[in-house]
Ligand binder design. Structure first.
Ligand code: 5AD
Ligand code: SF4
Length: 458
């Protein structure tokens, strides 16, 4: 379908983007489409219909990086078939692996035509022209200019729930993390540019915006009134946009959770009562080894302050098991912290040594079998908590933002304020509306319910 649409447009050229990794990569893939649009490119779901395929990569764990190489193997076959038929398929690798391992990647997959990092997406048309002229393009310097000043405004239809990057990079240097090397130093966009982009997203159909940044609550930038704003002020300004029903932000560092931002959770109705606040470990010894700059006690105190401001706030987190030096007692402290907080949802990972990071050089690397066993235990506890949280919504009436068609005929999907997916019978015209739904059944990963039709709001 996408292909016929694509081909219907005079002179249109197909680009297929494969996206791995975090939400920022999803956002970036959209911005690459924006950058290519003036050159006549439109997105195609079908690799066979594309003249350019971009793999937008993630470097956060080894597993994520390995996925790239198996994908490239498949694309190589397609590229050879195309060449045999007298055509040309350009393969590009973008994102964090490109940034961190550009030269190594070239050596391992020499048939890749373009390798470029996340700060170069505005250069895409010129990089493409160079690749078309036969150059093996590698662009992994951090350019002096800000890509956001050069990326064209999006003309795409927007999803009901859209992402908006407001901050990139990180100066915190957690022992395990590759982000400071892939995304560079912490930078914040100016409020005026963010507000203009948000208005564009809403005009394009978005009703919910998730503000993105590797360290999003460290955002601080020039305000529209000439003063320096923090994230709370930005959220308040976004809440003034007509038609924007919900605002979220992710990912936050506990150290940057200001009083002002906590206050915004109490006062701004559009700011959803759900916060992803990674803690990584419940052991102070491990938190110090991880260079997290907070203790378990400080995290628990922060959770209390958040709950005092917004009693119905629900929390999500990230956990790493098996960081170098982690003992059974350290791990049990993590389980203890999880029990003390009670998370609505969380992600947990086995520690994966990343090149260039401090933890990769530490003594006391943990056996794979121990990591697997700890991951199993932490995930069982988190699954129980998620199920309990979902079950607590059964029987209640909750506002659901309808995001699109559901799994079955006549069904729609939506999200509660706590990001729980809801599937229910509802008319498709409700996409983009917030409806009140009585939750009838709760599962570990989703809810079902019935629509209170008479109460649908515009
Ligand atoms: N190994 C395992 N997990 C990691 N994360 C970041 N770096 C690593 C690593 N080297 C996890 C952290 C982070 C999330 C995005 O990924 O929990 O919050
Ligand atoms: Fe992966 Fe981090 Fe890059 Fe996102 S920023 S794609 S999580 S390495």
């Amino acid at each position: 379908m996408q292909t016929s649409q694509t081909r219907d447009l005079a002179n249109s050229r197909g680009v297929h983007i494969v996206t791995y990794g975090c939400q920022m990569n999803v956002y970036d893939s959209g911005r690459m489409l924006d950058a290519l649009a003036p050159a006549g490119f439109t997105s195609t779901e079908l690799p066979e219909a594309a003249e350019l395929i971009i793999v937008n990569t993630c470097h956060i764990r080894e597993h994520a990086t390995e996925k790239l190489y198996s994908e490239l193997g498949r694309l190589r076959v397609l590229q050879q078939e195309r060449a045999r038929a007298g055509g040309r398929l350009l393969i590009a690798v973008a994102g964090c692996v490109a940034q961190a391992a550009g030269q190594a990647l070239r050596a391992r997959a020499p048939y890749v035509d373009m390798v470029f990092g996340p700060q170069s997406y505005h250069l895409l048309p010129s990089l493409l022209a160079r690749a078309q002229a036969g150059e093996a393009v590698t662009e992994t310097e951090f350019p002096a200019e800000d890509k956001f000043d050069f990326l064209p405004a999006s003309r795409r239809a927007q999803p009901v729930s859209a992402f908006l990057s407001i901050q990139e990079g990180c100066d915190k240097f957690c022992s395990f993390c590759v982000v400071p090397f892939t995304r560079g130093a912490e930078t914040s966009r100016a409020a005026a540019a963010i507000l203009a982009e948000a208005e564009g997203l809403v005009a394009g159909g978005a009703r919910e915006i998730t503000l993105l940044g590797q360290n999003v609550n460290a955002w601080h930038g020039a305000g529209t009134d000439g003063t320096n704003w923090g994230l709370a002020r930005l959220v308040r300004a976004l809440a003034g946009i007509d038609g924007l029903a919900r605002v979220r932000y992710t990912t936050s560092h506990p150290r940057d959770m200001s009083d002002d931002l906590i206050g915004a959770h109490a006062e701004v109705p559009q700011l959803m009562p759900f916060l992803h606040l990674p803690v990584q470990s419940g052991s102070d010894r491990m938190l110090a080894a991880m260079n997290r700059k907070h203790t378990a006690g400080e995290y628990l105190a922060l959770v209390e302050r958040l709950r005092a401001a917004r009693p119905d706030i629900a929390l999500s987190s990230d956990f790493i098991v098996g960081h170098p030096g982690e003992t059974e007692a350290d791990f049990e402290a993590t389980l203890g912290l999880i029990r003390a907080v009670g998370f609505a949802q969380a992600f947990s990972f086995k520690y994966s040594a990343r090149p260039g990071t401090r933890a990769a050089e530490l003594d006391g690397q943990i056996d794979e079998a121990v990591k697997v066993e700890r991951l199993g235990r932490v995930q069982a506890l988190l699954r129980d908590q998620q199920f309990a949280f979902n079950q607590a919504t059964a029987g209640r009436i909750v506002p659901v933002l309808f995001t699109g068609p559901g799994r079955r005929d006549g069904q729609m999907s939506g999200r509660t304020p706590y990001l729980q997916p809801v599937h229910l019978q509802a008319p498709s015209r409700l996409v983009g509306e917030v409806g009140r739904v009585r939750i009838t059944e709760a599962f570990v990963g989703s809810l079902t319910g019935t629509l209170m039709l008479e109460e649908v709001t515009a």
